[in-house]
Design a protein around this ligand. Structure first.
Ligand code: AMP
Ligand code: MG
Length: 396
C-alpha cells in the first residue's frame, strides 16, 4: 500500500503526453489544448482609438480650462476620420473610434459643454488621456498563446482578435472503459436476485466527457478470465488509457491484476492508502496506461477525481503544472476517519464552508453522492476534525 502523494507522483510519471495533433476551426476548439504557439501578425489595438465617448483634442490646446474649441467632424466607431485636428480644433469621437491625425488626447463627454459647432472643455486633461495606442497591448510577432494552454472563453476571444481562424490542437485522449462483474446488469436489465445495475459505466463516461476525453465504451464484462483477457486486450489496443472498474480486490473472482501481467502489462501500483479506493491497480502497456479501479461506485468516482483528472491533464498535452483544485475551508460538521488511510468524505462546499453529506459514507452508497462538489480530506494519522475547524478539501 503506497501513500496517496506517492501514487500521484508515480501516475504522473507513467503518463505520456499525446503528441498527435489536429487542425480545427478556432470556434470548435473550446476546451481543447493548443499544440502550437499563436503569434499575432497585427498590432493590438489595431489603431490608436478612443476609450471614451467625448472629444479628441490637442493636449497643447487645453493647458488651462475652460477653453473653447471648434468641432470639425464627428467620428463614430468603425468610420475612419476624414480631417486633421488643427490648433484650436476638436473632433467629436465615440468609444472605439479611430483617433484623428493631429489629436493626441481624449476629453470625456462629461467634462465638456457643447454649443453648436463649438465645445468648451471644462477641465484640463492629462496628455494622452483615454487614448488606446496602436500596439500598446500586443505588437506584431508577439506570442499571444503558448502550446499546452487550454482554450477557454478568454483564449477563444484572443484567437478571434488575432484572426487565427484555424488552430492546431492535440487530439483528445481516447479512454476505454468497461465494468467487470457477474452481478452487473444494464439499467434496463432484469433485476434477478443478486444482481446490481452497472452504474460505474455511466459515471465514468460522464466524468471523461467532462474532462475532454473521447470515451470508448466496452460495456459489462463477466468475471471470467477469458472474457476479461479479451476485454483488456481490446481496450489496450484501442485507447491511450483504460479504466476498468471492479475485480481488483483480493476476492477469488478478482482476476484483473493476474491478467494484466499475463498480457504483458507491467504492474506499477497495486494498492494505495486511500479510503475509499484502496485496491487501485496501475499497469503500463507499450502505448497505453491501465487503471484498474475498485468497483464500489464511490471508490470509482473518488479515484477519477483524485487521480484520473491529473493523468488526463498531462496526457492531453496541457502544460505543467498538473494540479487539482485544493482549498482550506471551515467544516460545518465533525469529520471522522480511521486514520490509517487518507480518507475522502463527500459533501458540498457551500460558500466558504464544507457541509458533509448526510447518511452513510460507505463506498457502496452512491445515493448521498448527489450534488457533491467537494471532498474533505483527512490525512493519515488524523481521526477527527471538529465541527468548525479547518479542513483541506478537493473541489470536484
Ligand atoms: P469489486 O471491486 O469487483 O470487488 O466490487 C466491489 C463492489 O462494487 C461490489 O459490491 C460490486 O457489486 C460493486 N460494483 C462493482 N462494479 C460495479 C458497477 N459497475 N456498478 C455498480 N456497482 C459495482
Ligand atoms: Mg467484482
Amino acid at each position: 500500500m503506497i501513500p496517496v502523494p506517492e501514487a500521484e507522483t508515480q501516475l504522473l510519471n507513467l503518463t505520456q503526453p499525446l503528441t498527435e495533433t489536429e487542425l480545427l476551426p478556432f470556434d470548435q476548439a473550446h476546451n481543447r489544448i493548443l499544440a502550437k504557439s499563436v503569434i499575432s501578425t497585427a498590432p493590438f489595438p489595431y489603431w490608436d482609438n478612443s476609450a471614451m465617448d467625448g472629444y479628441a483634442v490637442r493636449a497643447a490646446d487645453v493647458q488651462t480650462a475652460p477653453v473653447t474649441l471648434e468641432v470639425i467632424e464627428e467620428i463614430p466607431a468603425g468610420i475612419p476620420p476624414q480631417k486633421t485636428v488643427q490648433t484650436g480644433q476638436a473632433a467629436r469621437i465615440f468609444t472605439g473610434a479611430m483617433l484623428p491625425t493631429g489629436a493626441d488626447t481624449i476629453v470625456m463627454q462629461e467634462d465638456t459643454q457643447r454649443e453648436g459647432d463649438r465645445v468648451t472643455i471644462q477641465t484640463v486633461p492629462q496628455p494622452q488621456a483615454f487614448v488606446r495606442h496602436q500596439g500598446s497591448f500586443v505588437q506584431p510577432g508577439d506570442i499571444v498563446l503558448r502550446p499546452g494552454c487550454k482554450l477557454g472563453p478568454a483564449e477563444l476571444a484572443i484567437l478571434a482578435t488575432v484572426q487565427c481562424t484555424t488552430v492546431e490542437v492535440y487530439r483528445r485522449p481516447r479512454v476505454a472503459i468497461f465494468s467487470t462483474g457477474d452481478e452487473l446488469i444494464t439499467p434496463a436489465g432484469e433485476l434477478a436476485p443478486g444482481k446490481i445495475v452497472d452504474s460505474n459505466q455511466y459515471a465514468l463516461a460522464a466524468f471523461l466527457q467532462q474532462q475532454g476525453a473521447t470515451v470508448v465504451p466496452l460495456g459489462i464484462v463477466p468475471d471470467d478470465p477469458k472474457s476479461l483477457r479479451e476485454a483488456i486486450a481490446t481496450a489496450t489496443q484501442q485507447s491511450d488509457l483504460v479504466l476498468s472498474t471492479g475485480g481488483v480486490s483480493v476476492g477469488d473472482y478478482d482476476y484483473i491484476d493476474q491478467l494484466l501481467a499475463e498480457l504483458g502489462g507491467e504492474i506499477k501500483i497495486q494498492s494505495v492508502a486511500i479510503k475509499p479506493g484502496k485496491p487501485l491497480t496501475v499497469a503500463t502497456f507499450p502505448n497505453c496506461l491501465y487503471l484498474g479501479i475498485p468497483g464500489n461506485p464511490v471508490s470509482a468516482l473518488v479515484c477519477c477525481w483524485r487521480f484520473v483528472r491529473l493523468v488526463l491533464q498531462k496526457m492531453s498535452g496541457q502544460a505543467a503544472p498538473w494540479i487539482l483544485p485544493w482549498q482550506m475551508v471551515r467544516s460545518r460538521d465533525r469529520l471522522t476517519a480511521g486514520g490509517r488511510r487518507e480518507t475522502y468524505l463527500w459533501g458540498q462546499l457551500q460558500g466558504e464552508e464544507f457541509v458533509l453529506s448526510g447518511g452513510s459514507h460507505s463506498s457502496g452508497n452512491l445515493m448521498n453522492l448527489a450534488q457533491t462538489n467537494a471532498l474533505a480530506v483527512l490525512p493519515v494519522g488524523i481521526t477527527e476534525i471538529e465541527a468548525g475547524a479547518m479542513v483541506r478539501i478537493l473541489r470536484v
